[in-house]
Design a protein around this ligand. Structure first.
Ligand code: ZN
Length: 214
């Protein structure tokens, strides 16, 4: 299953990318001339358990990951480091890049990037909160985006939570055409519509407490 074309997401030289690294809806047409900032994001609650690896065969996912790692030279495509330097087992991990169209409620796969375990953890702020690693994530974001102030880090994390709270109240239609375009894999989408319970609403609201850093 060789890749049919080059990826949309290319970093090492100058390209126009639709903010391939994270929250694409925020920066639709940035021209990147240097390493991207590390931005966190949170997958809406209604989209949990419905990602690429849930939609492709395990053997295809292995090939996709390997292709992604190789393309990146087995180094993190954000910070340039790798997991062995962080005392981790794996050098890099594959991260899915999503675009959320909040008006039409479409969630579209734009590509995949290889990230070191620390940058990957930082991408998923909600998961980091759940396991008590949110402080680590904020420190890592501050370190990688060294031109940011702490206020910018806090604001960015708060905003990620607010966005998650809003998106989690809705169901997004999943689009993985990227897999067809890039790898020739036809993916039947099987995402169930999630009806939020009172408990879910409470959980979403409860995340407010992580938006203050006093
Ligand atoms: Zn990294």
């Amino acid at each position: 299953m060789p890749p049919k074309s080059k990826s949309l997401i290319r970093f090492k030289t100058e390209y126009i990318v639709p903010d391939g690294h994270t929250n694409t809806s925020d920066h639709p047409h940035q021209v990147r001339h240097k390493k991207p900032d590390l931005l966190t994001e949170m997958v809406p609650k209604t989209a949990w358990g419905s990602n690429v690896r849930d939609h492709v065969k395990a053997s295809d996912w292995d090939k996709i990951k390997e292709w992604c790692y190789k393309r990146a030279g087995f180094n993190c495509e954000i910070c340039g480091m790798h997991g062995k330097l962080q005392g981790r087992k794996h050098r890099v991990e594959a991260h899915e890049i999503w675009h959320y169209d909040d008006e039409n409620r479409h969630q579209t796969l734009l590509g995949l990037i290889a990230l070191c375990p620390s940058c990957h953890k930082s991408k998923h702020y909600g998961r980091a909160i759940a396991i008590g690693d949110d402080k680590f994530v904020r420190k890592h974001i501050k370190q990688i985006n060294s031109h940011w102030t702490w206020k910018q880090v806090f604001d960015h994390c708060s905003e990620a939570i607010s966005k998650w709270q809003e998106r989690s109240k809705h169901n997004y239609k999943l689009n993985m055409d990227y897999l067809k375009e890039e790898f020739g894999i036809d993916v039947p989408i099987h995402r169930d519509v999630v009806e939020l319970t009172d408990e879910d609403h409470e959980h979403i609201k409860d995340m407010d407490k992580y938006k203050n850093f006093d």
